[in-house]
Design a binder for this molecule. Structure first.
Ligand SMILES: *Cc1c(COP(=O)(O)O)cnc(C)c1O
Length: 378
């Protein structure tokens, strides 16, 4: 196996699930879309289900099929809307679609009838996300339409929150408003004598900050992968542990002279004689090129039984398959020593994301397929 690898701490996943369970006391749906936010969905799904998670969720039909092919029998929500031509596969894989429009519901019904199956469907209500889902005033009509169908059952009613991870006053008010709209739409469904099924709304932000949004099931993604939103004090608002650690090694070490340049574009020049280490990891692996000259690589050292991590700056432009680190002229680092890019003893993917003005989701999702995932403490 190559030296560059994403180490996935499955014990952290179990701890994070326990924390969410303890806090909310509800069912948990774990989104494993996008290959479990880049962590590898079979291992994540199996560990999550072992730890008692009741539901999984994917974005595409193919993701759901791959979970089934991997032996997963738990209920799987399908968040996004597939092409009409994918509906037969959706039914064959036994996925539970989120639907909020008549055309999709009709298509699901007619394909289910054709297959002689009954599809558990979750009515998706748009309360202010502006993505998919029906208008709140249409919820009871659609719920009735689903409930009276011979080929559909109303397994749940859901909405999605746009700013639940923010502690700004106006964002808190917006989330409260979304939840209020959601609750009154549910009332309108109940008023018709229809059981709305499992009621669910809470993503990471609402699990963390809005206990009136937990209902019968919560759907936290990034929180279970170990990244909590910041509280008003700027610290993570829940004590979750990041699962992913991106590690590699020093594949080459060389001495350079003061004034020598390193990498494409000559964007870095040695201010003094120093040692430059090469790491076999680049932007094709998912290390954002915008971090060139703007991130510390942690060099791992065994010192009397303890591992010490020393942060050293990236030197020069990140290449497709390699990047360079300024080890310093007195470095004792040796070829093949382990380095950590994020997570573990180094700052986690959320810190890297802030440096780039993005979110941890994007960092972990873009760690490429070329980087093997190594699961530990399963
Ligand atoms: C991705 C997603 C979630 C999880 O969001 P996080 O911010 O990762 O907690 C929940 N619900 C829906 C519909 C989603 O698409």
């Amino acid at each position: 196996m190559r030296a560059t690898r994403a180490i996935i701490h499955l014990d952290h996943l179990r701890d994070n699930i326990a924390l969410v369970r303890e806090k909310t006391g509800t069912r948990i749906c774990m989104p494993v879309k996008a290959d479990a936010y880049g962590h590898g969905y079979l291992a994540i799904a199996k560990t999550a289900l072992d730890a008692g998670v009741e539901y999984l969720a994917t974005a595409t039909v193919r993701e759901g099929e791959e979970l089934r092919e991997g032996g997963i029998t738990a209920p799987i929500l399908l968040f996004s809307i597939p092409l009409p031509t994918e509906i037969d596969s959706l039914i064959a894989a036994g996925l539970e679609p989120l639907a909020g429009d008549g055309e999709y519901i009709d298509a699901l019904e007619s394909r289910a009838a054709g297959a002689g199956k009954k599809i558990p469907l979750h009515l998706k209500i748009d309360t202010g996300m502006g993505r998919i889902g029906c208008r709140p005033e249409d919820a009871s009509r659609l719920a009735f339409r689903i409930a009276e169908s011979k080929s559909l059952t109303l397994a749940g009613t859901a909405t999605h929150l746009a700013v639940s991870d923010s502690t700004k006053t106006e964002d808190i008010a917006y989330t409260k408003k979304q939840l209020e709209i959601f609750r009154s739409a549910i009332e309108s469904i109940r008023a018709m004598g229809i059981n709305p099924g499992i009621i669910h709304a809470a993503n990471t932000g609402a699990v963390t900050f809005h206990n009136d949004g937990w209902f019968d099931m919560v759907r936290p993604g990034i929180l279970l992968y170990g990244y909590a939103p910041e509280g008003p004090d700027g610290n993570p608002a829940m004590a979750v542990k990041p699962l992913m650690e991106l590690a590699s090694c020093l594949s080459y070490i060389k001495a350079v002279k003061k004034g020598d340049s390193v990498s494409y574009g000559r964007a870095w020049t040695a201010g003094e004689d120093t040692l430059i280490g090469t790491i076999p990891l680049g932007y094709a692996d998912g290390l954002p090129r915008l971090l060139s000259n703007n991130w510390q690589i942690h060099i791992m050292k065994e010192k009397s039984g303890e591992t010490e991590a020393e942060g050293r700056p990236l030197a020069g432009t990140i290449c497709m398959d390699e990047c360079m680190v300024d080890l310093g002229k007195d470095s004792t680092a040796r070829r093949w020593d382990t380095v950590t890019i994020f997570g573990g003893a180094a700052p986690h993917a959320g810190v890297m994301a802030s440096r780039l003005g993005t979110i941890p989701y994007e960092i972990t999702c873009q760690i490429n397929k070329r980087v093997p995932r190594v699961y530990i403490n399963g």
